[in-house]
Design a protein around this ligand. Structure first.
Ligand code: DGY
Length: 326
């Protein structure tokens, strides 16, 4: 589609962030690439022209679009019908639950994602949420700003909990989970985990942890994994941290538990982002962040690098570095 305007597309060249890099030109220029947003970092300049879509899904079919760069938008049969010539979906992020991979495969469309480069950033945010909740960081900040600090240091309104000596239960122990474990150990936490192929049984892990942190992808198997019944297994005063996907937890049941004040939580992800259940907004026992897991300058640029490397490999007919499920 270079040089041609199509329904739902921005002006030709809207996606180009600077002059083409060395990889652009020749046969690569002939492939049309569309994107649902701009992606940060210099690697984008290595792609041939990228047309930015003004809306997703596009309001009219986009014949000719062969590569789609997207981040967290639904890509299922209805959307694929609008891109009849699509050959590659490049998903910005390690989680690709918004992409119907089976529907893509059925149409011969390949799907790639960006694993590996965001593990440290997500693990850092997980520890930040654990600290924020357990040491009352946000509650303390709010107290000071609202002029509510009226006693000396020795009589705070509430005491936090030590990380050292407390037990962290990791649900999922892949790349991100193990990065969290390394950091937690430095803070003196005792770490246990549950995963499909080992560790503690999930219910036992939940029953015996002071802090539970989720590090599983969202799939048919993990949707609602932390059901109402399982949330009830958490000990009184426990903290749930979720930097994975909101729908791994029964969100309604979690809100009920948090409203009751029995447990606390640090939540970076929600079942229907960007919507956050209204009942959470006034709660002192919850720290809320807007899906910031990978949101650093360095990590987001690294994710773009991975995305671009996959697209360039595709355009050159080389093996894809990061096909989903690999
Ligand atoms: C991902 O990559 O799936 C993350 O959720 C983005 O932070």
């Amino acid at each position: 589609m270079p040089g041609r305007r199509a329904a739902g597309l921005g002006a030709p060249g809207a996606g180009r962030q600077s002059e083409p890099g060395p990889a652009a030109g020749g046969i690569l220029e002939a492939v049309s690439i569309v994107a649902t947003q701009r992606f940060p970092g210099p690697a984008m300049d290595e792609l041939p022209e990228v047309a930015l879509l003004e809306r997703w899904p596009p309001p009219a079919p986009l014949p000719g679009a062969e590569v789609l760069l997207e981040a967290g938008v639904p890509v299922g049969p209805a959307e694929l019908d609008l891109l009849p010539d699509l050959r590659l979906v490049a998903n910005y992020g390690v989680g690709y639950d918004s992409v119907d991979v089976a529907a893509c495969r059925a149409r011969g469309i390949e799907v790639v994602h960006t694993p590996g480069v965001l593990d440290a950033a997500v693990a850092d945010l997980t520890l930040a949420l654990i600290l924020a909740v357990r040491r009352l960081l946000v509650a303390g900040d709010r107290l000071v700003r609202q002029g509510g600090w009226s006693t000396g240091w020795s009589r705070p309104p509430q005491l936090g909990r030590d990380l050292a000596g407390s037990r962290l239960g990791l649900v999922g122990y892949g790349r991100i989970g193990s990065e969290v474990a390394r950091r937690a150990a430095v803070f003196g936490m005792e770490v246990a985990f549950h995963r499909r192929s080992g560790g503690l049984p999930l219910d036992e892990l939940l029953r015996s942890s002071d802090v539970v942190s989720l590090h599983v992808p969202l799939s048919a198997e993990t949707r609602g994994l932390l059901s109402r019944e399982r949330l009830a297994l958490l000990p009184d005063g426990a903290t749930l941290v979720n930097t994975a996907r909101g729908a791994v937890v029964d969100e309604q049941a979690l809100v009920d538990e948090l409203v009751s004040g029995r447990i606390s939580a640090g939540l970076d992800v929600f079942a229907h982002e960007p919507q956050v259940p209204a009942r959470l907004l006034g709660l002192p026992n919850v720290v809320l962040t807007p899906h910031l897991g990978s949101a650093t300058v360095e990590t987001r640029a690294a994710m773009t690098r991975v995305l671009v490397d996959n697209v360039l490999a595709f355009l050159r007919g080389e093996p894809l570095p990061n096909p989903v499920g690999a």
